[in-house]
Design a protein around this ligand. Sequence first.
Ligand SMILES: NC(=O)c1ccc[n+]([C@@H]2O[C@H](COP(=O)([O-])OP(=O)(O)OC[C@H]3O[C@@H](n4cnc5c(N)ncnc54)[C@H](O)[C@@H]3O)[C@@H](O)[C@H]2O)c1
Length: 360
Amino acid sequence: MNDLKIFLKNKKILITGHTGFKGSWLAQMLIYCGADAVGISLEPKIDPNLFGLLDLQKRMRGYFCDIRNFKKIKEIIAFEKPEIIFHLAAQPLVRDSYDDPLYTFETNIIGTANILQAAKDLGDVKAIVAITTDKVYEEKIGCFYEENDKLGGYDPYSASKAGAEMVINSYINSFFNPEFYGKKHHTLAASARAGNVFGGGDWLSRIFPDIVRSIFEKKEKLIIRNPDSIRPWQHVFDPLYGYLLLAKELYDGKREFSGAWNFGPDAKSYLTVENLVKQTFDIFKRGAYDINQDFVKREAGCLKLNSNKARRLLGWHPVYDIGDSVRIACEWYEAFYRGNDIKQITDCQIDLFFNKITKI
Ligand SMILES: NC(=O)c1ccc[n+]([C@@H]2O[C@H](COP(=O)([O-])OP(=O)(O)OC[C@H]3O[C@@H](n4cnc5c(N)ncnc54)[C@H](O)[C@@H]3O)[C@@H](O)[C@H]2O)c1
């Protein structure tokens, strides 16, 4: 058994956003490791969804509660008394943030403050990993971002996540300050900034699910809006692995792990959107697309993450390169659309991943 599995076994862990794409994978991983997982989220809004396919509602405790509702969030956290919190709940889409900026700001900024405040009020949480994004940085030439680079955010989603970072940083300074750890408080907190994540079980309006839908649901040809945008593409397992390692260090009281962390892919995984599409079509051996550029809902042209800090201090590095990542995600969707046992393939993929990290 590897260290992470031993560490996670029987730990009481709260995931906010456990009904979402990344949250469902994280929940399944925690269950696989024998953790006592509990979730807070909204009900899934799309069908199919990974949360439903994995039957997570029956396999872990969960609360359908809006993270903007501080009173209820505080009650749940006070009742559940988690030792570790992974905060993923958010409005996660740039395009939706243009349609509803206020909801995006409330959920992503105030929602984050509510979770941190409820944890502070409880006083017993040992580790908090709050998930933001690679989009928190003010855009700069070269677009290769380190943790200490200036925060920014052009569109409401990116700005809301930069806002969440300010909130997290303020809670770290004011209430979870590593300097006073063990004297004035018992909580260490960090933020995690990963790239564009894909993997089986995502059906949101994002490029990878769009590719999959264009192939298997054949309703319409794939439309690419930002063909030349360069993104840090990652299989969902890689950032989740980083979050777990980070939580372990915080839980173990290692003060130097408090703060912000980038978790980006290796250098070869920075593809343009169009190249990702071509590579995925190659694996499925079919697919066609049209380009229809969107100049209204602007998105950053290029995003690259410097993850040297995570590599050096956490010993984290991406396990899957872009080829593996696309192949593994494609295998999951193939299995789903063929009607195979999706719980089995999901656990099989998690098992393979944990075997790989044991050997690192
Ligand atoms: N998927 C990516 O490529 C990516 C990249 C960088 C960062 N992230 C971040 O990772 C996290 C998870 O993203 P995802 O892709 O799984 O998104 P998702 O939409 O699949 O999941 C979002 C989750 O948040 C919950 N949620 C949303 N609004 C809420 C509210 N007001 N109250 C309570 N719960 C609420 C949803 O119910 C869901 O469980 C987000 O914080 C997102 O910003 C995702």
